[in-house]
Design a binder for this molecule. Structure first.
Ligand SMILES: NC(=O)c1ccc[n+]([C@@H]2O[C@H](COP(=O)([O-])OP(=O)(O)OC[C@H]3O[C@@H](n4cnc5c(N)ncnc54)[C@H](OP(=O)(O)O)[C@@H]3O)[C@@H](O)[C@H]2O)c1
Length: 259
């Protein structure tokens, strides 16, 4: 039986990963800050037949929170003897409902800590054991925002894509995979939490979290380094890669308050 550790596993895309893995018989380790909600989600998944659900409350914007999860991934300290983690999903994240100039430097830094620093540290903690066992997968949740210049959020997601592609190349042939997942607008708590106005986003642009996860796992099995769920986003991201940077910058500036 394999074990999947999912950061941000209590809501949205992370919870959809947890449900999908539970349904296919994986053991789960769920990470998030809100421990009451972690317990409630673990109970819900057990009620739906999950084999084993472990909860690990941690704030990934902090050094201590990252160290706690890294110790579980390395099987150190209290985690000694626990089942090794075969699948790591670095999914925890949030958006800022304002542009860079209206934002505090603390908020910008927290965004970098959760999206970049935690992803790097947890991937670094997970890989050696996976390579030794000659099996494992790391899925890093980025965004289609990685392909357009739109504040620190987009820049952090672009880092995740580049980092994941680089790790994927480095682990090739080892039995381990690494993939960046780049969803577009997905129905979750993300926009409400960041107070991002979504009423003018057309319906065709919305994805649902279960479909995002199914597409991600299909692409992981095919060995892709980057997964872009949804035909509409495959077309849009291809266009943004080939369009002159001046055009993508102008288009993104018109929506810059969304991230
Ligand atoms: N929804 C979209 O349209 C969309 C599109 C592209 C990419 N994404 C990316 O998808 C990922 C998941 O987002 P979502 O839409 O599913 O958001 P969500 O519904 O708001 O869920 C976020 C999850 O992350 C956890 N989390 C947030 N900050 C954390 C921290 N500091 N430490 C530990 N856990 C933390 C939350 O739990 P607690 O609050 O209890 O910690 C929650 O479980 C993010 O990386 C996001 O950038 C989302």
């Amino acid at each position: 039986m394999t074990t999947a550790l999912i950061t941000g596993g209590t809501a949205g895309i992370g919870k959809a990963f947890a449900a999908e893995f539970a349904g296919s018989g994986h053991r789960l380790v769920l990470v998030a800050r809100d421990s009451a909600r972690l317990d409630a989600v673990a109970e819900e998944l057990r009620g739906r037949g999950a084999a084993h659900v472990e909860t690990l409350p941690a704030d990934l914007s902090t050094t201590e929170g990252c160290a706690k999860v890294a110790a579980r991934l390395r099987g150190e300290g209290e985690s000694e003897g626990a089942p090794p983690v075969d699948i790591l999903v670095n999914n925890a994240g949030f958006g800022l409902g304002h542009g860079f100039l209206e934002s505090s430097v603390e908020d910008e830094e927290t965004l970098i800590d959760v999206h970049i620093r935690a992803t790097m540290r947890l991937t670094h903690a997970a890989l050696p054991g996976m390579i030794e066992r000659r099996r494992g997968s790391v899925i890093n949740v980025a965004s289609v925002a990685a392909f357009v210049p739109r504040g620190t959020y987009s820049a952090a997601k672009a880092w995740i894509v580049s980092f994941s592609e680089s790790v994927a190349a480095e682990v090739r042939g080892s039995g381990v995979r690494c993939m960046a997942l780049c969803p577009g607008f997905t129905h979750t708590e993300f926009h409400q939490r960041a107070e991002i106005e979504t009423s003018d986003i057309p319906r065709w642009m919305w994805l649902n979290a279960d479909d995002v996860v199914k597409a991600a796992l299909r692409d992981l099995n095919r060995g892709l380094p980057v997964s872009i769920p949804g035909a509409q986003y495959k077309v849009l991201t291809a266009a943004s890669r080939y369009a002159p940077r001046a055009i993508t910058t102008r288009v993104s500036r018109s929506r810059s308050k969304r991230w």
